[in-house]
Design a protein around this ligand. Structure first.
Ligand code: MG
Length: 278
């Protein structure tokens, strides 16, 4: 297991190598040995529809153990812990640092042996996102963001690039959890873009939006572990996010929808266009 045994690290002193080592070790020892090697008993359904594997659960337990060593007595919200206890979301209201973890983003891809899955981690204090990390186990690549300092892939700063027209834009639109009126509007909106396709791994989409390789994601059902890490990565790369009422993503308020894109201007264009169909 990871050898990271740091104690009492000051908040402004979190070293990228610590988190990288944790992700590398968990990938090597827990995640990758089961890639294309899952047995039937490793796979279950939670809430009737969402896949979960023994790997998601084991990776999250180890992430919790290792991250709490970095900031002792900090809070921890994990995707799999939430499925056991919905009340853990109240931890965000505490006057304390809180880790948010998605041990495997893209579990369905992982189960199918596809290549897009990631470990996602964020560190917040109250409603402020301080740090976030998205790690790609298969290529051992870390993308991270630090509040007010930027977004980096392997220590190289990245910035969004924006396109001016919808017919050059590539992105995704969630297909589930919409109220009926929005679903109809979004179906029409979709036709404006060059390509609308989901990766089945929102972490990879957030990174590609931060790189300007993709241009937007229009999202519903905003579970904190799916979005806190990517939101900071996009914001710090120059991108923007707000919901259909122009409110920025705030995981403690739980927005019902969200537009994430390369720039505020581009997101406003999407919102404006959506309004034309109402
Ligand atoms: Mg997951």
């Amino acid at each position: 297991m990871p050898k990271c045994t740091l104690h009492h690290v000051r908040m402004d002193k979190i070293k990228q190598e610590y988190i990288r080592e944790i992700c590398f070790d968990i990938s090597k020892e827990i995640i990758l040995p089961k890639y294309k090697n899952l047995k039937d008993h490793d796979i279950k359904y939670k809430n009737g529809t969402d896949l979960v594997t023994s790997v998601d659960i084991a990776a999250e337990k180890e992430l919790e153990k290792q991250l709490l060593k970095i900031i002792p007595n900090s809070n921890f919200v994990g995707e799999e812990a939430y499925s056991e206890n919905k009340n853990i979301l109240n931890l965000y209201n505490d006057n304390n640092y809180c880790w948010t973890v998605d041990p495997i983003d893209g579990t369905t891809n992982f189960v199918k042996g596809k290549d897009k899955f990631a470990i996602m981690i964020a560190l917040t204090y109250k409603n402020k996102i301080l740090y976030s990390w998205i790690y790609k186990p298969l290529i051992d690549e870390m993308c991270y963001a630090i509040y007010d300092q930027g977004t980096f892939i392997e220590n190289k700063k990245i910035l969004t690039k924006t396109v001016s027209n919808f017919n050059q834009a590539i992105g995704s639109i969630s297909t589930k959890y919409w109220e009926d009126n929005y679903l109809d509007q979004l179906k029409i909106l979709k036709n404006n873009f060059a390509e609308v396709r989901s990766y089945g791994c929102i972490g990879f989409e957030y990174i590609d939006i931060a790189l300007g390789k993709r241009n937007f994601a229009i999202l519903s059902k905003l579970s904190p572990w799916d979005h806190i890490p990517g939101i900071l990565i996009v914001r710090e790369a120059g991108g923007a996010d707000f919901d259909f009422n122009k409110q920025s993503y705030n995981f403690t308020l739980r927005n019902k929808n969200l537009i994430v894109g390369n720039s505020e201007q581009f997101n406003l264009k999407i919102l404006h266009k959506l309004g034309e169909y109402s």
